[in-house]
Design a protein around this ligand. Structure first.
Ligand code: ZN
Length: 135
């Protein structure tokens, strides 16, 4: 894996948390995006080379809604950038990690993503993401 691509933080209310993180990081939110398939609204911030993603549930069926109900607001996942998500998924599976999706799915911010079950990673939800390149 290449680097931490972003840190995902689950929040109750983006309209409150976006200005809060703008104040905290002293930078404007550069992108908001709804991922309908995941029932989430997202907002992205840059701090130097690093990115923070805020996630808000749009439905009780959202994994974010379930996370918030169980644990409350806080760090939800750490995302790592990979060059070849299929190879990385295969490597992790071969090493006994449980993947939460069998095939990469379209995530926010122009990425194909796959999640690794936190039971295999000391309680941390890991996201693999590969930039979608248009040729
Ligand atoms: Zn993410």
């Amino acid at each position: 894996m290449n680097k931490i691509e972003h840190i995902g933080i689950a929040v109750n209310n983006l309209s409150k948390s976006v200005p809060l993180y703008e104040l905290l990081l002293n930078t404007s939110c550069y992108k908001t995006e709804t991922v309908a398939s995941e029932y989430v609204n997202t907002a992205f911030f840059k701090s130097g080379e690093n990115k923070v993603e805020l996630l808000e549930a749009t439905s009780d069926d959202s994994a974010i809604a379930k996370f918030l109900a169980k644990k409350g607001e806080g760090i939800h996942h750490i995302a790592f950038a990979v060059d070849n998500i299929l190879e990385e998924m295969e490597r992790l599976q071969a090493n006994g990690f449980t993947l939460l999706n069998e095939t990469p799915k379209k995530g926010a911010d122009n990425k194909m993503v796959c999640f690794v079950h936190p039971k295999d990673t000391n309680g941390v939800l890991i996201e693999l993401c590969q930039e979608i390149k248009w040729v």
